[in-house]
Design a binder for this molecule. Sequence first.
Ligand code: SAM
Length: 400
Amino acid sequence: MAARTKATLADKLDQKVFDAIYSRALVYNTCWEDPAVDRQVLHIGAGDRMLVITSAGCNVLDYVLLEPEQIHAVDANPRQNALLELKLAGIRQLDFEDFFAAFGRGYHPRFEQLYRGTLRPDLSPFARAFWDRRVRWFGNPSGSFYFHGLSGIVAKTFHRYLRFRPRLAASIDELFETRSLDDQRHIYDNRVEPLIWTPGVNWTLSRQLTMSMLGVPHPQRKEVQQQHERGVAGFIRESVDYVFRQLPVWTNYFWMVYIRGRYTEHCCPEYLQPDNFSALKGGLVDRISLHTCTVAELLAESDRRYSKYVLLDHMDWMSSYHPDALAEEWALILKRARGDARIIFRSAHAAPTYLERLEIGPERRLLHDRLRFHSELAAALQRQDRVHTYAGFHVADVLA
Ligand SMILES: C[S@@+](CC[C@H](N)C(=O)[O-])C[C@H]1O[C@@H](n2cnc3c(N)ncnc32)[C@H](O)[C@@H]1O
């Protein structure tokens, strides 16, 4: 069994802070993983039964547009599922304009009224109790829903910081208005990059508290630090350089929503586009079921078999401090996998050690021997990834 990493006093403190804030908060107000890349390896179709970790639910709504038989959206954090519940109620009950105002622009002047009168009856008791106290997140004309939740607070802090950097703020606005990579690169290289990486920004990025707010516990931060001579700030700088120099900013709704606090009609997730909204409203949302528990608990509770698994980067949270739980989870993933099952996940480390060392089941077989990885395909697609903050993207098929 993979050795459990011995936690230092600082680690224990960091973990306590992470657990304290994570166990009380909505962390992700939007999914920070690119479903357009996932679609190219998942080949979702009518016969698929998928297990997908919810996070903010954007990607669950993206995948269901490809009409799989069923998606089981699971998350250990009930607030993440409460967000997907609110989106599902919005799709079922609201017209597109009202829905886009709330989840596209992050602001709707009459959201409280719509919530109490139309959406609330559709929600579970937990989701009602959660949103009853936070419906105002959608009601601030100079704010946005996307400036709430832990990751949203980091986005809001950067947004406020730009008020003190008007030249940088103007250049970033100009950057998002470009429609050619050459123009984009020119503005980024000459008027954004030279201004953004100040000692203050680098210092803030290398704080564990900042990373915890972004849902990056210290084991994951350490994975990044070990791979990059300039630490977390260096890794993020490299990612931002790549995103704004190599990928068209005008389709990058991930960085746009965190920098501007809203999407636009032309730069937004698939579920916020009118035709897709109609298809979801027309019945596709009924193919989604929500589960508030761990992946292992969901897999253990029934003998349902899955053809596609989307596991995000949650294993980084478990790998070094809960290797037994990770081994148990993988054993269940393999046990509940259909013969043709495909699994995708991401990691802070390009080659996480747990993949090499983890032993599964009573016969203690190496996990690696039970999976066929498509490393070249994954590496090729990772170059298109609009988020670009994961060193590892993994595409694996279950071997019989
Ligand atoms: C590391 S985050 C992934 C977030 C993702 N990168 C994103 O931005 O969309 C992990 C997500 O998985 C959930 N999670 C973590 N461990 C889990 C587990 N064992 N079972 C189910 N959900 C889990 C967390 O609540 C969180 O929503």
